[in-house]
Design a protein around this ligand. Structure first.
Ligand code: 5GP
Ligand code: ZN
Length: 103
């Protein structure tokens, strides 16, 4: 838990954000500024600033399974995923997240 992190606060329930899916490793919620008809964020419960700081193979695998589960629950068979890593690549929230975009 990072007190200055917006996603940690969402995970803690500070804003009553609805989770599309959650399990012991991660939560999935809709992006506040969607760039596609369906735009979800798959977010580990653990505060990790970016992909560069995560080497735990089990959690990395759980995140990819979370992508598939979120897509399934949103009724998506076809979708894109994106991970922005670092400011210059467009990362704005420094708590690792995977974008899942579909129609
Ligand atoms: P990044 O550019 O870091 O990969 O993506 C951050 C994403 O988080 C953006 O698409 C932005 O719209 C989303 N976002 C930022 N703040 C919030 C928030 O408070 N709630 C939700 N649901 N999404 C947020
Ligand atoms: Zn965080």
């Amino acid at each position: 838990m990072d007190e200055n992190c917006i996603f940690c606060k969402i995970i803690r329930g500070d804003f009553n954000t609805e989770f599309v899916y959650e399990n012991e490793h991660l939560v999935v919620f809709n992006d506040i500024n969607p760039k596609a008809p369906v735009h979800m964020l798959v977010v580990p419960r653990l505060h990790v600033p970016s992909l560069n700081e995560l080497d735990d193979k089990e959690l990395l695998g759980e995140l990819m399974l979370g992508v598939k589960e979120a897509a399934k629950r949103a009724g998506l068979k076809s979708y894109r995923t994106q991970i922005n890593t670092g400011k210059e690549a467009g990362q704005e929230v420094f708590h690792l997240h995977i974008h899942v975009l579909g129609k």
